[in-house]
Design a protein around this ligand. Structure first.
Ligand SMILES: N[C@@H](CCC(=O)N[C@@H](CS)C(=O)NCC(=O)O)C(=O)O
Length: 197
């Protein structure tokens, strides 16, 4: 299979971490792309020209980091990253909260790439507020630092991406449990190998 990625994207990082955790690296080629250049191979894999995008060996195209992560969870070895039955719901809810934090951060990054006189202070302030409230919500349901599932790993990715892009945003004071979880997760080889650059 082929996975379109780059080394800064937190959404692509999620798919890359799951590939490594599930022992699937010998079955995948990671293809580096710059999404805004809309390379034809990326557009063929994902008409939205977003990463991550995965083309499976049977030609099926998988898009969206959560969907890709869920599918890979069933392909590889090792314990399931999404529990079965009712236990899946809290994990999914945390995963969605963490994905929301990521979306706010990515929106801020894109806004800040516009020429300075075209940036909207209103939107930047609004998204930063949402980001911090997202961490507050995550803190209230944050698992112990030794938990490893799709909710925890997405939250760890969101925390590190916020630090990577906006180190001045003090989310830790409202989310100390999230900070402890992040510290544990970033020690895993899959996290070390995919640290954003
Ligand atoms: N909901 C998508 C979001 C993916 C996304 O926003 N990817 C960014 C990179 S971090 C991208 O490709 N942006 C290019 C664009 O939106 O044109 C997911 O979870 O995969």
């Amino acid at each position: 299979m082929k996975l379109f990625i780059n080394s800064g994207s937190p959404f692509a990082r999620k798919a890359r971490i799951v590939l490594r955790e599930k022992g699937l690296m010998d079955r995948v080629e990671e293809v580096f792309v710059i999404p805004v250049e809309s390379h034809p191979d990326l557009v063929a894999a994902n008409p939205l020209a977003q990463i991550p995008a995965l083309v499976a060996d049977d030609g099926v195209r998988w898009t969206d980091s959560s969907l890709i992560a869920h599918w890979l969870d069933g392909q590889g070895e090792g314990p399931r990253l999404l529990p079965e039955g009712e236990e899946a719901w809290p994990v999914r809810r945390l995963e969605v909260t963490a994905a929301g934090i990521l979306e706010m951060t990515v929106k801020m990054v894109l806004e800040n790439r516009r020429p300075e006189n075209e940036r909207s202070p209103f939107w930047l302030e609004r998204w930063e507020g949402s980001l911090v409230r997202g961490f507050e919500v995550a803190e209230a349901v944050c698992p112990d630092a030794d938990v490893f599932d799709l909710g925890a790993l997405t939250l760890g990715i969101a925390a590190t991406y916020a630090d990577f892009r906006y180190p001045h945003i003090d989310w830790r004071s409202v989310a100390p449990k999230v900070a402890a979880l992040q510290t544990q997760l970033e020690k895993r080889q899959s996290f070390i190998d995919t640290y954003p650059k």
